[in-house]
Design a protein around this ligand. Structure first.
Ligand SMILES: NC(=O)c1ccc[n+]([C@@H]2O[C@H](COP(=O)([O-])OP(=O)(O)OC[C@H]3O[C@@H](n4cnc5c(N)ncnc54)[C@H](O)[C@@H]3O)[C@@H](O)[C@H]2O)c1
Length: 440
């Protein structure tokens, strides 16, 4: 049922370059996965854009379509991959090192992966203390680094004959920092780049380069990358779509599935204790307390906005929420996350829920990278700019459109918003479940 209000969306013609600052476990699992799907070696499980469906119209219309057939998305065959890393390993070597994918599938993809070599990174040791590599740009001012990144992006685009580029930060989690004066306005930030201001993080220099070129960008890590006024000003001025932050996978995904259910049934929660063991490079980086602090803040925000303790003090007013991550090398990328949840029900009787999630971090994150790359490209072609709140579905710490609204964490509200935005973009009616004929 097409409405006249369909948004005009430029066609997805030509090649889409996907540039990743950070080509480690998540980045290479994403690239190898898309190459494998392209060759028919595997299915894109976990990707909503590839496997998900969407209902159009009333239930009686019986019109349910694959999202990839419904939206004018770029095709997987049209994607080209590149990125930067502080390690010289090409995508094959990095994938082997990450130890996420098994040998046979990597062997099949070896030639294609070997051809993807990371460009030298913009890096400052202070921001990721437990990481050491030498594939870095030579010493220069932060503005010169931004200019070098802009030149990298333009070269990549020309060399690969790309029509469009998108960026997804898959780099390590930087140390926790709050915005300061240099982050307040674009003018202050640009002066800060020229002065190599110590509070401007490497991820922010990448963000500046992408936004300066009008390229849409997603931030997969919890650190401050563009979620501050100066770069929001640049995104608005250049009409760029941005979305972040911190891929919602593993334990937090479980939390945002389970917590809305408890809340929906008005079951109380006394405490939620979450702990993880993780042995990949991400785990090693997060072993530094300042990098962990970025992650902790991102993970802790989730329950408060779902439970709204100020509105439900009797049920959630006294909740103890603890999150721990322990670096334990034998586990590699195969994280184990335990949750102990102390709940209470009718007349205050206590109960417990235990979750032991033996998950694979990068296997959960890779399809999110794919969806985000395709959906921010779509957003950009649809003329949407600034924060794309409808993509909150993918984030542990969704960035709200403005400072005075709270971010929505409930996965099911996020999913409704995501699909209704898709319907709106295509000029179909949003589904409110309020139809007078009871068919909605
Ligand atoms: N895997 C998940 O489920 C998940 C979920 C949420 C967030 N994340 C975040 O995604 C990011 C990537 O995770 P991962 O498991 O791939 O980690 P990883 O350590 O395997 O990969 C990160 C890569 O980024 C590189 N890097 C760091 N700083 C860089 C810079 N300034 N420029 C270019 N490259 C840089 C590192 O050398 C490394 O190869 C991390 O920040 C992680 O916290 C992952």
């Amino acid at each position: 049922m097409a409405l006249e209000s369909a948004v005009e969306i430029a066609p997805a013609k030509g090649k889409l370059g996907v540039l990743l600052p950070g080509m480690g476990a998540v980045g290479t699992t994403f690239i190898a996965g898309v190459l494998a799907v392209r060759r028919g070696l595997a299915r894109p499980i976990g990707s909503l854009t590839q496997m998900g469906t969407i209902r159009i119209g009333k239930r009686t219309d019986d019109d349910v379509r694959l999202i990839k057939d419904y939206l004018p998305l770029a095709g997987l065959d049209d994607m080209v991959f590149g990125g930067w890393d502080v390690h010289r390993d090409n995508a094959y070597e990095a994938a082997v090192r990450a130890g996420v994918l098994e040998g046979p599938i990597l062997a099949e993809l070896k030639d294609e992966l070997e051809a993807i070599a990371p460009m030298p990174a913009v890096f400052e040791q202070e921001y990721v203390r437990n990481l050491h590599g030498d594939n870095v740009k030579p010493d220069a001012s932060k503005m010169e680094w931004a200019e070098a990144l802009i030149a990298d992006i333009e070269r990549f685009k020309a060399d690969n004959g790309c029509d469009r580029i998108v960026g997804v930060w898959c780099g390590s989690t930087e140390i926790y920092k709050q915005p300061v004066d240099v982050h307040r306005t674009l003018a202050a930030f640009e002066q800060g780049l020229r002065d190599s201001h110590p509070d401007i993080a490497p991820s922010q220099i990448y963000a500046y380069a992408f936004l300066k070129l009008g390229i849409p960008l997603a931030n997969g890590a919890p650190n401050l990358m563009f979620d501050f006024p100066a770069l929001m000003e640049l995104a608005r001025a250049n009409n760029v779509a941005v979305t972040g932050k911190d891929f919602k996978t593993g334990q937090t995904l479980m939390k945002t599935i389970l917590a809305p259910g408890l809340k929906a049934r008005m079951l109380g929660v006394h405490g939620w204790y979450s702990t993880n063991i993780l042995g990949n490079r991400d785990g090693e980086v997060l072993d530094d307390p300042d990098s962990f602090k970025s992650k902790e803040v991102s993970k802790l925000g989730v329950l408060d906005t779902i439970f709204e303790p100020e509105r439900n003090p009797e049920l959630y007013g006294d909740i103890h929420h603890v999150v721990r991550i322990n670096y334990y090398p034998p586990r590699g990328d195969n994280k184990e996350g335990w949750d102990n949840i102390d709940i209470f029900g009718w007349l205050g009787y206590p109960m417990q829920i235990k979750i032991d999630f033996l998950c694979r971090d990068s296997i959960l994150a890779a399809p999110i990278v794919l969806d985000l790359a395709l959906l921010i490209d779509l957003a950009q072609r649809a003329g949407l700019s600034g924060v794309q709140e409808w993509l909150s579905f993918y984030w542990k710490s969704p960035q709200p459109v403005q400072d005075d609204v709270y971010p929505e964490h409930d996965l099911f509200i996020q999913q409704t918003k995501l699909k209704n935005t898709m319907r709106h973009l295509m000029g179909d009616e949003v589904i409110t479940h309020l139809g007078a004929e009871y068919y909605d």
